[in-house]
Design a protein around this ligand. Structure first.
Ligand SMILES: [Zn+2]
Length: 232
């Protein structure tokens, strides 16, 4: 059995087509690589192929020769090499032995390796997306504490402070400055009308005085005695 016969005996057209990357349907139909084929019109039989679109036909060696632009002999050599067929083996052994696909296996392993590399890369990108996300812009926060009930003019004053901070301190990347008025008490309606036409982010809130100081803060705050000493 010569090289041509060995190759043809060992490799079907379909096996070759799949090995070289064509997607073959159950019925042996595939999109023809020899013409601009939108729907599968190339029929792959065991020993020959035929295209209903362009009429291309031949055996497995013709197929590979045409696919890679090789001579028949080069195509037969390529098939023998890619499918691990040894033409020097006794004809009977070559005919009986199932093709081994050493390269197909290598290809599969490389494919798996590539998948792993891509997965790792994807995970790396996902981590970077979080790690290097741009910091959300900062903003200044102005709090004014009033020891009296809320009065409408407080809103104007706070608005002025906000404008001043925006103009003097805020950088272009920062968000607009936010204002909070803390008052001893507020009439909800008065506060609402006072803030109605103010186009700045600001709010009014009541505070309640508490005698209870959490243990955490007790160490950090000066005692009444300390304050009295300083004032005197
Ligand atoms: Zn065709």
């Amino acid at each position: 059995m010569n090289l041509f016969e060995s190759v043809k005996a060992a490799v079907t057209v379909r096996q070759a087509a799949e090995h070289y990357g064509l997607e073959v349907g159950r019925s042996g139909m595939t999109r023809c690589p020899f013409h601009d084929d939108r729907h599968p019109s190339l029929k792959l039989n065991e020993s020959y192929f035929y295209c209903f679109g362009c009429g291309a036909t031949g055996d497995v060696i013709d197929f590979v020769a045409r696919l890679f632009g090789l001579s028949s002999y080069e195509a037969a050599q390529k098939l023998a090499y890619d499918f691990g067929i040894d033409p020097d083996k006794p004809p009977a052994a070559a005919a009986l032995e199932k093709p081994k696909y050493p390269l197909a296996r290598t290809f599969r392993q490389e494919e798996l390796h590539c998948q792993r590399v891509l997965c790792d890369y994807l995970h790396l990108l996902e981590r970077w997306k979080v790690k290097y996300a741009p910091n959300s812009p900062d903003c200044y926060f102005v709090v004014e504490l009033k020891t009296v009930e809320f009065e409408p003019e407080f809103a104007g004053k706070l608005s002025f402070y906000l404008s001043a901070v925006d103009g003097e301190m805020k950088s272009p990347d920062d968000n607009p400055t936010i204002g909070l008025l803390l008052c001893k008490g507020k009439d909800k309606m008065v506060a609402e009308y006072a803030l109605k036409d103010v186009n700045k982010p600001m709010g009014v809130s009541e505070y309640k005085l508490s005698n209870h100081i959490s243990e955490e803060l007790q160490d950090k705050l000066p005692s009444i005695e300390d304050i009295e000493k300083r004032i005197n």
